[in-house]
Write a protein that binds this ligand. Structure first.
Ligand SMILES: [Zn+2]
Ligand SMILES: [Zn+2]
Length: 420
């Protein structure tokens, strides 16, 4: 099947904002020929102009046809299947002829509680009119559900990198995937995607994929079954030199805490008083040695068991990767095509090398449009935003302004501004 959408798009009428965004996207796609990281003819594509995916079950013969589609149809969002099919364009799904599937992991700033959200996000209550800063889901005055005004910034997108790195480390160390089968890209909006593309996992059935997710997310991981156990007298832990997998990660995190965790951190994690913590931590070197040799240090009275239970369960919650079992195991899932533009931000969903990930900042690196071009807008509201080196100070009431293209595209895509 050919894309078959050319005619239908031209007769539809879109808002001025969508039409403007598409004119910019069209220019971008006519200058840049995108390379796909997989054979184009075996993937199912989906795209959206008003929504993220208005249409799916679309196929192309090759990369050239894919690029022609981007230039002719000019979608604001483009996704492709995580699976390869014999006939990706036909329906229903069962008739496509599944060949195999990548493993996909998505990390999203929405899932992490960062302090910046109390600066750039706000809430309001339609029932009683109360409002405030932060991602507050229930009105603090009347308890009803709130309407959220959510944004992302370099800080919260960057927080998803930590999880991306943890995942990459588990995939490499526990499963032996090498860099050649691991692909990272910016999602185009709020986080990062990791694609595992390898013969070893290509034909894994769904049940095995869910099992893999469970391992990675430490679903039902119990420290007691990995050698952390209190026998009534001593709290044992696995010997550092002989351990691997999650038990090793837990020990690493524990040793880091012993080495450099602040007293405040220990108070919160363990539930002990600041005074007790100060006395326990008076000899960190000794604690470090004891843990490495297979014992969690004993505490006065009967505190040992509860103290270490609290610490271990906190560390497990920190190490647990927020991987959604259902969507990550879904072989029919469509996910953003790397290097395409994202209609809510105007950012490129860049492919990122391992070495570039630590310094990658989408608010600088994913900017697709020239800062030399400007556009007059009515900005309804916005927090402080810096894109492509240009900063917009907070806008609290509708204000007419002329802004560089990357900021204009972002605000219009995000739904916070209209054209003037
Ligand atoms: Zn209220
Ligand atoms: Zn943020």
């Amino acid at each position: 099947m050919y894309w078959g959408v050319r005619g239908s798009v031209s007769v539809m009428s879109y808002s001025n904002e969508i039409t403007w965004l598409r004119s910019l996207f069209q220019k971008h796609y006519s200058i840049h020929n995108l390379g796909l990281p997989y054979p184009a003819s075996q993937r199912e594509f989906g795209y959206g102009i008003e929504g993220k995916i208005d249409k799916r079950h679309v196929s192309v013969r090759d990369e050239n046809e894919f690029n022609a589609f981007l230039r002719n149809t000019v979608p604001l969002y483009v996704s492709a299947s995580v699976s390869e099919f014999m006939n990706p364009g036909i329906q229903p799904m069962e008739k496509k002829g599944l060949v195999g599937s990548d493993l996909i992991y998505e990390f999203d700033a929405d899932d992490i509680d960062t302090s910046c959200k109390r600066v750039h996000d706000s809430w309001s209550c339609k029932s009683c009119g109360a409002n405030g800063k932060g991602r507050v889901k229930k009105c603090t005055t009347c308890g009803k559900g709130t309407a959220l005004d959510e944004w992302v910034c370099s800080e919260c997108v960057s927080a998803t990198k930590k999880q991306t790195f943890s995942l990459l480390s588990v995939l490499q160390n526990d499963f032996g995937f090498d860099e050649k089968s691991l692909f990272i890209n910016f999602s185009g909006s709020k986080g990062y995607h990791v694609h595992v593309r390898s013969k070893n996992i290509f034909s894994l059935p769904k049940s095995a994929r869910v099992e893999l997710m469970d391992y990675l997310s430490m679903f039902e991981f119990d420290p007691a079954l990995s050698g952390f156990s209190f026998d009534g007298k001593a709290y044992r832990c696995p010997k550092y030199a002989r351990t691997s997998g999650h038990a090793k990660r837990l020990l690493d995190e524990l040793l880091r805490l012993v080495e450099s965790g602040t007293e405040d951190e220990w108070v919160i994690i363990s539930g002990s008083s600041p005074r007790s913590i100060r006395s326990y931590l008076s000899d960190r070197v000794q604690w470090y040695k004891e843990i490495q040799s297979g014992y969690l240090p004993a505490l006065p009275g009967k505190k040992t068991e509860a103290f270490w239970n609290n610490v271990l369960s906190h560390l497990v919650s920190v190490l647990r990767l927020p991987i959604d079992r259902q969507t990550s195991g879904d072989i029919y899932k469509l996910i953003r095509v790397p290097n395409t533009l994202h209609g809510s931000t105007g950012f490129r969903s860049d492919v990122i090398s391992f070495s570039a990930l630590s310094t990658y900042d989408p608010f600088v690196d994913a900017v697709a449009f020239s800062t030399l071009n400007e556009r007059k807008l009515l900005v309804h509201h916005a927090p402080k935003l810096t894109i492509g080196g240009h900063t917009l100070e907070p806008v609290n009431e509708p204000t007419e302004m002329t802004l560089p293209c990357p900021l204009s595209v972002y605000l219009v895509g995000w739904g916070a501004a209209t054209l003037r």
